[in-house]
Design a protein around this ligand. Structure first.
Ligand code: ADP
Ligand code: ASP
Ligand code: MG
Length: 405
């Protein structure tokens, strides 16, 4: 007998038939002699619909109220799933994040989990119940509901698995596992048998939506056995494993693109020590994450500073940019939303050279223009026009022959 945490995403609980299908899978796992905790997302499209409703009221909804609103999506699915499990003759109880005691910080809409008490879940498991937990949500010290950022139910599942010391955390979704690229963009993308935490973390942070990046951090930190697999069939999924357990080390394991960023350029900034610090300290105070930064060529004592941020942060950063431009003596700023970040990731890059040359060569041949480049030990990212994003992923996928074993 073991403790198993299963997570089912929005598409997997998209309608009543699919909820019943999930209930059958959960009950089957329980009847094999396991204690089962299930984490579910809101039914497919619900979170978007709720956010759209808020938008019809105001362009700048309070983040606290936004969390209050979107957390209801998951509350619907846990209740329905618990009912479907009851119908199959097993006992189940649905719980919100607050009822479980998922404590987070108070950064609404992108909160981080601080602590989870396993007591409530363990009590219910000991009563032979299946515990159904609402994903994506928690509660802060003020008793306000918080959410963990889009896709955050994966993180709920892995965090629960960590505190329960679960034997397995299965993330059931609408694809069979983690692929060499998004199979919706590259039809001949190949399913990976395994991928290291480091690679998965990069891919997830760089746009591959199949796992929430923080879930991978938790899995790595707390040694949670993690697998991504299909909720519609029983095929073998992808295991997220320690780097030392990986046999193959191709230069490139996967390719991803992110079309949710925007590039901001602050123009004609005095080129003096301390100016960059001034700009980025202010941005950090607003809890806005900066991604790539470039300071352009300096002319006449002035320079341009460009950086990328999530498009969702633009309403929050705009007033700040207005004051910065006057405060730092810059001339103006521009915001370019028509960009995509394209990344290739692989631990093999540590030992293989020439990946960048191959990547840029293939993009050049395809007539795709690169504006900004950043690298780390196991990834290369560049900014390209958003209109070229899909083509670029396809071009690189065949350039690095990722469809072949
Ligand atoms: P869920 O609702 O189950 O959480 P998501 O939509 O968040 O599912 O994530 C699954 C989707 O991630 C897939 O449908 C796929 O289009 C996308 N995806 C992006 N990159 C990859 C990848 N490398 N491997 C598999 N799926 C990917
Ligand atoms: N329902 C949330 C979202 O759509 C969380 C999740 O699905 O993981 O982002
Ligand atoms: Mg998801």
């Amino acid at each position: 007998m073991g403790v198993i945490v299963q997570k089912y995403g929005g598409t997997s609980v998209g309608d009543s038939g699919r909820i019943k299908n999930v209930a059958r899978r959960v009950v089957e796992t329980k009847r094999k002699g396991n204690q089962v905790v299930v984490v579910v997302s809101a039914m497919g499209g619900t979170t978007d619909k709720l956010l759209e409703m808020a938008k019809q009221i105001t362009d700048t909804p309070s983040e606290r109220e936004s969390d209050m609103l979107v957390s209801t999506g998951e509350q619907i699915s846990v209740a329905l799933l618990a009912m479907a499990i009851h119908d199959l003759g097993e006992d189940a109880i649905s719980l919100t994040g607050a009822q479980v005691g998922i404590m987070t910080d108070d950064i609404h809409t992108r909160a981080r989990i601080l602590e989870i008490s396993p007591t409530k879940m363990q009590e219910e498991l000991n009563k032979d119940k299946i515990v159904v937990v609402a994903g994506f949500q928690g509660i802060n010290i003020k008793n306000d509901i918080t959410t963990l950022g889009r896709g955050g139910s994966d993180t709920t599942a892995v965090a629960l698995a960590a505190v329960l010391k679960a034997d397995m955390c299965d993330i059931f979704t609408d694809v069979d596992g983690v692929y060499t690229a998004d199979p919706r963009i590259v039809p001949n993308a190949r399913k990976l048998r395994e991928i290291s935490h480091e690679e998965m973390l990069e891919l997830a942070s760089l746009g591959a939506k199949v796992l929430h990046s923080r879930s991978v951090e938790f899995a790595n930190k707390y040694d949670v056995p993690l697998c991504v697999r299909s909720s519609f069939n029983n095929s073998e999924g992808t295991y997220i494993v320690k780097e030392k357990d990986i046999v193959e080390e191709p230069a490139v394991r996967g390719i991803t693109t992110d079309v949710n960023e925007a590039k901001i350029t602050v123009k004609h900034v005095p080129d003096q020590p301390g100016i960059a610090a001034k700009v980025f300290t202010k941005v950090a105070e607003y809890n806005i994450n900066i991604d790539m930064i470039i300071q352009n060529f300096s002319e006449d004592g002035y320079t341009d500073i460009s950086f990328t941020v999530a498009r969702g942060d633009i309403p929050r950063i705009t007033p700040l940019l207005d004051t910065l431009v006057s405060g730092a003596g810059a001339r103006e700023y521009t915001i370019d939303k028509s960009i995509a970040k394209l990344s290739v990731v692989g631990i093999g890059m540590r030992s293989h050279s020439g990946v960048a040359a191959k990547m840029f060569g293939a993009l050049a041949k395809a007539g795709i223009n690169i504006s900004t480049i950043s690298t780390s030990e196991i990834k290369i990212s560049c900014i390209i026009p958003e209109k070229d994003a899909k083509k670029a992923v396809q071009v690189l996928h065949s350039e690095f022959e990722l469809d072949k074993e």
